[in-house]
Design a protein around this ligand. Structure first.
Ligand code: GLA
Length: 407
């Protein structure tokens, strides 16, 4: 990955203007999967992989964007990129990396009509990142949030952090076409070093949960590609909505599954197709696990936290049916290793990564052993990362800019 000064130099060489740089991290979710769009609870942490956007404003109504990772550029009028882009949104549209920054420009322009003229003037963007793509570590949210901070930064617009996260989510829902929740964009904005963030996805209140000092987070990428823009994620959301509507027909105060209980399911679950019942059971029980997990972290009870991770994984695999054999094997190999408190799939599902909570002194050997055993089993070389949580975009950007200034 280019260093910030190298990225700034590349931008200057391409566009003859010195840029400002803005960064936003990816995330790992410790517990609370597919609860965010049910107004529930999640517990992610920002991690040390990020997207950095170099930006300078233009005056010719064009967006010139270069992706270092894809080694591709686009040069389009703002009209063509945003208005023609949203009009061409169809279920079968082939995704392009530029849909993410374009979606954010579109979303900002929609939400801030008083700044539409400044947005319509255009931007030059040079984008680079090291968040593994398609691994369930929120490369999409990191590019969205970095772009939003970049545009807001150069236009000198101040917005409350939850609104920035919501604008980025809207870009992904309405422009990219992935019906995701708020978790990834929110934690990419508000993450804090050495902490997980417990987010109430209804109120958008959040509390910081310090990672107990004796534990490290180890991420293992199964290398099985995951994508929330594919059909399965949206199918799960539709199933959840079907189940929620049935419960709501009995208890109108159920606005989202956050408001439902396992007793509601026991009473009315028989009215649902079995798959719908199971999806709802996963979400309702997962919300309870997140609340219990926060308490476990506060009490530094890592054994309890690990048990909750095991229950969350079983629920994701059996009720949500969104795991895969490679991931299930990684989880069962992990929990056999010395010092492993718990392991589970993280992110949207259907591949991607596992998250493991491991005793500090065992973290490196745990990662080595897990890769070795996975290779023996599937002949796939997994990637592992010991991931200490980092600051999100809000706290991070001041530092990144300072580094550039010193270079
Ligand atoms: C993806 C989505 C999130 C969330 C998770 C599952 O990462 O972007 O909004 O729904 O899947 O917990």
């Amino acid at each position: 990955m280019l260093t910030p000064p190298q990225l700034a130099a590349l931008h200057l060489a391409s566009f003859s203007v010195a840029p400002r740089l803005f960064a936003a991290p990816g995330r790992v979710n410790l517990i609370g999967e597919h609860t965010d769009y049910c107004d529930g609870f999640v517990m992610p942490a920002a991690i040390d992989f990020s997207t950095v956007v170099a930006i300078s404003p233009r005056a010719d109504g064009r967006v010139l964007a270069h992706s270092v990772n894809f080694n591709q550029s686009i040069d389009k009028s703002v009209y063509e990129l945003l208005d023609a882009g949203i009009a061409s949104l169809r279920a079968d549209r082939k995704l392009h990396w530029s849909d993410y920054p374009a979606g954010v420009l579109w979303s900002l322009r929609e939400a801030l009509p008083q700044h539409a003229a400044s947005i319509a003037a255009g931007f030059s963007l040079t984008i680079a990142g090291d968040v593994p793509l398609g691994a369930g570590l929120s490369s999409s949210a990191s590019i969205e949030v970095a772009t939003a901070f970049a545009v807001l930064g150069v236009l000198n617009i101040t917005l409350p952090l939850p609104q920035i996260a919501q604008l980025c989510r809207r870009a992904e829902n309405a422009f990219v076409g992935a019906n995701v929740g708020i978790m990834d964009q929110f934690v990419s904005c508000c993450g804090v070093q050495d902490h997980a963030v417990m987010i109430d996805c209804r109120s958008l209140d959040y509390t910081l949960a310090p990672i107990p000092s004796q534990a490290r987070i180890v991420i293992c990428n199964s290398m099985v590609k995951h994508s929330v823009a594919g059909g399965e994620y949206n199918t799960r959301r539709a199933e959840i909505e079907e189940g929620t509507a049935i419960l709501r027909s009995h208890r109108p105060e159920i606005g989202a599954l956050r408001d439902a209980t396992v007793d509601d399911l026991a009473r009315w679950g028989h009215e649902m197709p079995t798959n719908v019942l199971r999806r709802c059971r996963h979400v309702i029980t997962e919300d309870n696990r997140v609340l219990a997990a926060v308490e476990a972290f506060r009490a530094a009870d890592l054994t309890r936290f690990g048990q909750l991770m095991a229950e969350a994984h079983a629920s994701f695999r059996d009720d949500f049916e969104a795991s895969c054999p490679e991931i299930d094997t990684l989880v069962s190999l992990a929990v056999q290793q010395p010092g492993c408190y718990g392991a589970r799939i993280t992110g949207g599902g259907f591949g991607g990564c596992t998250v493991n909570l491991v005793k500090d002194e065992n973290a490196e050997s745990f990662a080595t052993e897990l890769r070795k055993r996975y290779l023996e089993r599937f002949n796939i070389t997994a990637e592992t990362f010991v991931a200490d949580p980092v600051d999100g975009a809000l706290l991070r950007n001041a530092r990144t800019l300072a580094e550039v200034a010193q270079a």
